[in-house]
Design a protein around this ligand. Structure first.
Ligand code: 6CS
Ligand code: FE
Length: 278
């Protein structure tokens, strides 16, 4: 699915692009069934909410699900990512935000690049995330809020991570993906940008894809509704923007399921239901 010049212009200007119903009902049904199978399989890469039981996020599903590995290379996602990033891309990160009914916790205001630069050593903010809606996203089940145009503001000021409540025994990698995560933007930064640029609530039917730039400011609230809001988030990075060696392999570097280190340029899969390439 090649983007038109107008669509590319929208992405470059606003840092977001919403592709309504990019995936059909049959494809979404396949992915919803895969998600429910994955969420009920115990893995160390699955993350619970603070209640210890509600599932918050799954990570690295491309490593053990053929359907998810096919989705990473689906032309409806891969081609736009190549166009947006101006060349060959590889998979930087694969995660699923489960945003469970009633208990799916919030994601405070942040920029993804802050994590991928400070923790993983990506030199530039030249990555894009494709967020695929497995369920319908309405005003009630915690849509992602984005600040259009905020991707052009560089890295914004974040709160001092040491001021947060201590979390003894928390594995390092979880400190970047729990509700009270490490780099939360300062309120005055978000206020300044929201006043100038506004806030978009990215609702849409199942099968919609929200593409957002690695520096686009975004957040989502607690899901108090009876409706789950599963979103598959696939982050593509330009091959030319892969992490600097020292940071990527140095002490404290993050695990493979958060920071993929296979920089092989992705090529298109033959279909979501293709077998046998994992
Ligand atoms: O640390 C990370 O890579 C993840 N953390 C957040 C808050 N967003 C980007 C990414 O998924
Ligand atoms: Fe994020």
């Amino acid at each position: 699915m090649r983007l038109t010049d107008e669509q590319l212009e929208v992405f470059q200007t606003t840092g977001i692009l919403i592709a309504d119903k990019a995936f059909s009902g049959d494809d979404v049904d396949l992915m919803r069934a895969e998600m429910h199978q994955l969420v009920h399989t115990e893995r160390p890469t699955n993350l619970a909410e603070v209640d210890g039981s509600t599932m918050r996020a799954l990570h690295g599903c491309d490593e053990h699900s053929q359907v998810m590995w096919n989705l990473v290379r689906d032309p409806r996602l891969l081609t736009p990512a190549q166009q947006m990033l101006g060349g060959d891309v590889y998979l930087h990160q694969f995660k699923v935000s489960m945003k469970s009914a009633f208990d799916g916790d919030l994601w405070k205001w942040h920029q993804d690049f802050m994590y991928w630069h400070h923790e993983d050593g990506l030199p530039e903010s030249r990555a894009v995330t494709a967020a695929l809606y497995v369920n319908e996203v309405t005003q009630f089940n915690a849509p992602t809020w984005v600040i259009p145009g905020s991707h052009r503001e560089g890295l914004l000021r974040h709160r001092d991570p040491s001021m947060r409540a201590p979390k003894p025994g928390l594995p390092d990698w979880q400190d970047n993906v729990i509700a009270d995560f490490k780099y939360i933007l300062e309120n005055d930064e978000v206020t300044r940008l929201a006043n100038r640029l506004g806030i978009v609530s990215a609702t849409g039917p199942a099968g919609t894809v929200l593409f957002f730039h690695s520096s686009t400011v975004h957040a989502s609230t607690w899901n108090l509704s009876p409706y789950e809001r599963i979103v598959i988030l696939i982050t593509y990075n330009a091959v030319a923007n892969r992490p600097v060696k020292a940071k990527d392999q140095g002490p404290g570097h993050r695990p493979q399921f958060l920071v993929n280190r296979d920089y092989t340029p992705l090529t298109a899969a033959s279909g979501l239901r293709a077998t046998g390439t994992l």
